[in-house]
Design a protein around this ligand. Structure first.
Ligand code: NAD
Ligand code: GLY
Length: 364
């Protein structure tokens, strides 16, 4: 096996590596050894991932206990968190033992939060199995559950000690989930790396067909960009908000879809990025050609566009209400991530609500 690509997240004493490559799961024990040389490991996973990949847990080289949850966003809730903590107590884990998230962003967010509060924090490693988790949710330490008041509203910043992204597992990921994760890859090009976006224009289809070199390059570049942003602004006081490109518009679409399977998070982000560029162009912040180029890339790679969600967009008031609930807003004013061009996103506080409303009207 060739050496994995390594991306370092530089956070002083809490720095860690992201290892990316095919076949890493065949030797889990070896890769975990430097960060968890001894002690127990408790694995959290979902039924789909366990069904496909439980055999790899034997390569941990030590007794591992496992919590297997049903798949889906609904698991990110207090009751499930409490049951998971009970499993950890039942296994007698101490703070030096390791909680391992083995799954997509749902498993990662829930387990990370459990690790952050179990005995005030135990060792935590992420083994992400979706493209979205490999390029975004497993990196940077955001953990959360959902509450009736909203999505991801209760959580903590808690960094893992290691992220292990085996690109082979993406072969069993449903196409729709793969594309939803690819939208987050495109996001990195759009927010701050024009060359990377150009590379995706040339290689996006190869990434989606899981060409090993292309997928490794796309994940490593995405993780490098996220690692640099997180190292600069771990707790989102400033530039980390750029990672929310497409999310404010996208969350409104997700909320309109009732956070259901009708629209996956990455699909909402995809259409949301198109909206952010179109709105930026309508505001004269970036050229219409740039916005068109974004849409062309989404179309060429089969990603979700506004045209795909147009039928059930709801009304402007509903979308404005959803956008008004975004976590980035301050004192009732709308915060948007907009762009001066591809690779040049910025945070706009106090966005003009009448202008946003007028833009939304053009879509409905
Ligand atoms: P997910 O965890 O629900 O996984 C998607 C589906 O793919 C599930 O059905 C899962 O069982 C299945 N699956 C996972 N790996 C598989 C594999 N290798 N083969 C076959 N099936 C597999 O969803 P997701 O898209 O990974 O994550 C979405 C979650 O991530 C949301 O809760 C979102 O809020 C969160 N998120 C967090 C951050 C962060 O920074 N913490 C960032 C983005 C998203
Ligand atoms: N996914 C956005 C962030 O990690 O900040």
């Amino acid at each position: 096996m060739s050496d994995p690509r390594t991306v370092r997240v530089d956070l002083g004493a809490r720095s860690y590596d992201i290892l990316i490559g095919p076949g890493l799961l065949s030797d889990l024990g070896h890769w975990l050894e430097p960060v968890a040389p001894k002690g127990k490991i408790h694995v959290v996973t979902d039924e789909n991932v366990y069904g496909h990949y439980s055999r790899y847990l034997t390569t941990l080289d030590r007794d591992a206990s496992v919590t297997v949850l049903p798949a889906g966003e609904h698991q990110k809730r207090f009751e499930v968190l409490q049951n998971l903590l009970s499993d950890m107590f039942a296994e007698g884990l101490d703070r030096n033992d390791t909680l391992m998230a083995f799954g997509g962003g749902v498993i990662g967010d829930l387990s990370g939060f459990a690790a952050s509060i179990y005995k005030r924090g135990c060792r935590f490693v992420q083994v992400p199995t979706t493209l979205l988790a490999q390029v975004d949710s497993s990196v940077g330490g955001k953990t959360a559950i959902n509450v009736p008041q909203g999505k991801n509203l209760v959580g903590a910043f808690y960094q893992p000690s290691l992220v292990l992204a085996d690109t082979d597992v993406l072969k069993t990921l449903p196409d729709r989930e793969l594309k939803a994760g690819y939208a987050e890859v495109v996001k990195y090009g759009l927010l701050g790396n024009r060359d990377f976006f150009g590379w995706l224009d040339d290689n996006g289809k190869k990434v989606l067909s899981l060409d090993p070199d292309a997928v490794g390059e796309a994940i490593a570049t995405s993780c490098m960009m996220k690692a640099a942003i997180v190292a600069e602004d771990e707790q989102e006081r400033g530039m980390r908000a750029l990672l929310n490109l497409g999310h404010t518009f996208g969350h409104a679409l997700e909320a309109e879809a009732g956070y259901s399977n009708r629209l996956l998070h990455g699909e909402a982000v995809s259409a949301g990025m198109q909206m952010a560029f179109e709105y930026s162009a309508a505001q004269g912040l970036c050229s219409k050609d740039e916005a068109r180029r974004v849409e062309q890339h989404l179309a060429a790679t089969g990603l979700t566009r506004i045209a795909d969600v147009g039928e059930w967009l709801g009304d402007t008031d509903a979308l404005m209400t959803h956008m008004g609930q975004d976590k980035k807003n301050e004192g009732g004013a709308l915060t948007l991530i907009l762009a001066r061009g591809i690779g040049d996103a910025f945070v706009q506080k106090g966005a003009a609500k009448p202008d946003v409303r007028n833009y939304l009207k053009t879509l409905i």
